[in-house]
Design a protein around this ligand. Structure first.
Ligand SMILES: NCc1[nH]cc(CCC(=O)O)c1CC(=O)O
Length: 304
């Protein structure tokens, strides 16, 4: 047996599960056996530093920098990512080549049945500026404390009483077999992060062979929606420090994109939507529209 393809992944349980899903999809598409696809675990700065806010140690690049290097150094043929963690602007030498079918896009609340049901003044653990802003907008009485670490770490912190509740992506919980954990929050109550629930695969831009291999497992609707959500981030000049939520949906050729920008303390926000057949155009127009209508405290968080 010879290795036909090398997939780079982070080493967290969720990352390994997602890389396994990509391996299975590649095997099904190309008639390979599992041992012909190597999973190469790359340790990232984000995995090592758990005790400080991501913003302080450098943001989203923490998760992708080492995988980018391994890809560019030809140690791997493709890198598997949660698309939510992939920076808005990618190096020209790296291309997003495919996405798996999107999972449940919603956040789940763990510790109460709904945001409205949280006790007055409850403490909620999250390190996501979006979740923090959305929670405080809905419930200004809540106290939001920093919660980092992988899914298991956060559930352990909750069990240890460090907070009354926490929010996690349904996609991550489900993929880790925790489908019974928490209550899904409707997207009308809490719009998810751009690209939430999508697993993407990147290749070297110059590697047409790898791009072709990976394209065989692309879910076109997921790619169209997630690329539109990412184009919105680009139009806003937004990154992982930005309290922005966005969700696209496809109906035939028509793409609908909803988004909201929220002040970090939840005190102000702007929301809007757009639709059309060209996702990047819809995204660019919605970004401009939101910025034009945003209250000053919200607008100054964004630098297009
Ligand atoms: N930022 C961490 C991260 N990146 C992707 C997921 C979940 C899986 C997904 O959204 O695809 C999570 C955990 C979470 O937000 O609960």
């Amino acid at each position: 047996m010879a290795i036909k393809f090398r997939l780079g992944t982070r080493g967290s349980p969720l990352a390994l599960t997602q890389a396994g899903m990509v391996r299975d999809a590649l095997c099904a598409a190309h008639g390979w056996t599992a041992d012909e696809v190597a999973l190469v675990v790359i340790r990232t700065t984000g995995d090592r530093v758990q005790d400080r806010p991501l913003a302080e140690i450098g943001g989203k690049a923490l998760w992708t920098k080492e995988l980018d290097r391994a890809l560019l150094d030809d140690e791997i043929d493709a890198a598997v990512h949660s698309m939510k963690d992939v920076e808005t602007i990618r190096p020209p030498a790296i291309a997003i080549a495919a996405m798996l079918p999107r999972a449940d896009v919603r956040d789940r609340l763990i510790g109460a049945d709904s945001v409205a049901d949280l006790a007055a003044g409850a403490v909620v653990g999250t390190s996501s500026p979006r979740r923090r802003a959305q929670l405080l907008r809905l419930r200004p009485d809540l106290t939001v404390v920093m919660f980092r670490g992988n899914v298991d770490t956060r559930l352990a912190k909750l069990a240890a009483g460090e907070a009354d509740a926490t929010l996690l992506a349904a996609a991550g919980l489900d993929r880790l077999g925790r489908d019974g954990v928490g209550r899904a929050i409707p997207t009308d109550t809490m719009l998810p992060a751009p690209a939430q629930g999508a697993v993407g695969i990147e290749v070297r831009s110059a590697d047409a062979g790898a791009a072709r291999i990976v394209a065989a497992i692309d879910d076109a609707a997921t790619s169209a929606c997630v690329l539109a959500e990412r184009a919105l981030l680009a139009g806003l000049g937004a990154d992982c420090h930005s309290p922005v939520a966005a969700l696209a949906a496809l109906s035939g050729e028509m793409l609908t994109l909803r988004a909201e920008l929220i002040a970090e303390d939840g005190s102000a926000f702007v929301e809007g939507s757009g639709e059309g057949t060209d996702g990047s155009l819809v995204a660019a127009e919605l970004a401009a529209d939101l910025l034009a209508r945003a209250p000053e405290v919200v607008r100054r968080l964004f630098q297009p």
